[in-house]
Design a protein around this ligand. Structure first.
Ligand code: AMP
Length: 365
C-alpha cells in the first residue's frame, strides 16, 4: 500500500557524495548498511571515503565531465562540506535530486548572508557588520570599544581566517591585510558561558527530528570535546531545537544540519553558524544512539523515514587530532570507549585523524 515514503530509493540505488573526507567516509558507511552504493567525487585519490565507497570519480569539484558523470550515475546526490562550488550543486540539481538544497550551501558559504538569514528566521546572533577595508574596520571596532571577532566571510573553518580583539590594547592595524584583504565580517565579542550544537534532520515528508545538543570545547580553534548531556537549561535546549527547526522548515531542507549556538549567562542563546551537512559535534550519535547522524542523513536523502533521536548513554566524544594517534592504543583499553579512525595515512598537526566516544553512563529507556 502506498504511504508517504513510497517514493523512497530502493536498496541497490546509488548515492553520489561530493567530497571524500571523513564525513563522506562515514556517510558512505551508513549508506552501505542500508544497502546503497556510493560514488565519491574527490580530487584526492587516497581520500578517506574512497576506502569504503563503491567507486570514486577522481576530479576537482568543478570538473564539468566529472559533474556530468556523477549526475548520470547517481539516483541522489549529497555533499560532505559546505564549500562545494555552488555552480556544481546547481548543475547537478538540474538533473538529479541534490539534498540538502543548494540554497542551504549558498547561505552557509558566506557568514554575512548566513547571519542575515538567521536573523530573518527570528534567530538572534551576535551583532555584526560587513567590513571591506582597513579604515572601515578601525571605525567599526572603535564603536564597539575595541572588542570584536573579525572573520573572513567565506572559506573559514576551525577558527582559521579569524582575529579576536579583546579591547583597545589589541591593535587592528594591518588586520584587513592579514586576513587576505577579502570581504570580512566583524562580530560583537560574545561573553558566552557555553557553546552547544544541535544536530537535526528533516525528511522529504517534512518531519523533523533533533538530537539533544552537545556541549562543545575547542582547542586551538578545533573542536576537541563534545559532551552529552550539555548541562545547559531545558529552556536553552528547547530554544536551540526550535531555532534549528525554523531553519530546516524555511529552507524546505532535506538531510542533517548542524547548528552552533552560544549560551549566555541568563540562559538565552545566540546562533553562531550553521553547517548544511553532518557535523563533527554529532559524531557521538554513532555510539550513544541507536541511529547515528550519518544514517539519519542517508535516510532523509533517500526518502526513508527518520528514526527517533533518543540516546541510550551519556557520553563524551574526543577528536583524535595529529599526534593524538599515539594514544589510540590506550583508548582501545578503555572500558566503553568506541574508537573510530578515518584511514588517513599521513599524520599532520591539526589534522583530524579519528575520534573516540566514551560512553559514561548507560541509561535504561
Ligand atoms: P566559528 O568559526 O564562527 O565557529 O568560530 C570559532 C570559535 O571562535 C567559536 O567556536 C567560538 O569559540 C569563537 N567565536 C566565534 N565567534 C565568536 C564571537 N562572536 N564571540 C566570541 N567568541 C566567538
Amino acid at each position: 500500500m502506498p504511504n508517504e515514503y513510497s517514493s523512497s530509493l530502493p536498496a541497490g540505488s546509488t548515492i553520489g557524495i561530493v567530497g571524500g573526507g571523513q564525513l563522506g567516509r562515514m556517510l558512505a558507511m551508513a549508506a552501505a548498511r542500508l544497502g546503497y552504493h556510493t560514488i565519491v567525487l574527490e580530487p584526492d585519490e587516497k581520500c578517506p571515503a574512497t576506502q569504503v565507497s563503491s567507486s570514486q570519480i577522481t576530479a576537482t569539484y568543478d570538473d564539468p565531465d566529472a559533474i556530468d558523470t556523477l549526475g548520470v550515475l547517481c539516483d541522489v546526490i549529497t555533499y560532505e562540506f559546505e564549500n562545494v562550488p555552488l555552480e556544481t550543486a546547481r548543475t547537478l540539481a538540474s538533473k538529479t535530486p541534490v539534498f540538502p538544497p543548494p540554497a542551504a550551501l549558498e547561505i552557509a558559504q558566506d557568514r554575512l548572508v548566513e547571519k542575515n538569514f538567521l536573523n530573518d528566521c527570528g534567530i538572534a546572533t551576535a551583532t555584526f557588520v560587513a567590513i571591506d577595508g582597513q579604515q572601515e574596520l578601525e571605525d567599526a571596532l572603535s564603536k564597539m570599544g575595541g572588542r570584536g571577532v573579525l572573520k573572513t566571510r567565506r572559506l573559514g573553518y576551525d577558527g582559521k581566517g579569524q582575529k579576536m580583539f579583546n579591547g583597545p590594547e589589541d591593535d587592528p592595524q594591518g588586520a584587513f591585510g592579514q586576513l587576505g584583504s577579502v570581504p570580512l565580517i566583524l562580530e560583537s565579542l560574545v561573553p558566552f558561558v557555553a557553546e552547544i550544537s544541535i544536530i537535526a534532520a528533516r525528511d522529504q515528508a517534512g518531519s523533523i527530528v533533533s538530537y539533544e545538543p552537545s556541549r562543545n570545547h575547542h582547542r586551538d580553534g578545533i573542536l576537541h570535546l563534545s559532551t552529552v548531556p550539555s548541562g545547559v537549561s531545558p529552556e536553552a535546549i528547547s530554544a536551540a531545537q526550535q531555532a534549528a527547526e525554523s531553519i530546516l522548515s524555511r529552507l524546505d531542507y532535506v538531510g542533517v544540519i548542524g547548528v552552533e549556538f552560544f549560551v549566555m549567562e541568563d540562559g538565552s542563546i545566540l546562533a553562531n553558524e550553521l553547517a548544511p551537512r553532518v557535523h563533527n559535534s554529532g559524531h557521538w550519535t554513532e555510539a550513544a544512539c541507536a541511529i547515528s547522524q550519518f544514517e539519519q542523513h542517508i535516510r532523509a536523502i533517500c526518502g526513508l523515514p527518520l528514526a527517533d533521536c533518543h540516546r541510550h548513554s551519556d557520553c563524551e566524544m574526543e577528536n583524535i587530532i595529529g599526534e593524538d594517534v599515539q594514544r589510540t592504543g590506550q583508548m582501545l583499553l578503555e572500558k566503553d570507549a568506541v574508537l573510530h579512525m578515518y584511514g588517513k595515512s599521513e599524520v599532520r598537526p591539526g589534522r583530524k585523524m579519528g575520534h573516540v566516544t566514551r560512553l559514561q553512563r548507560i541509561i535504561c529507556k
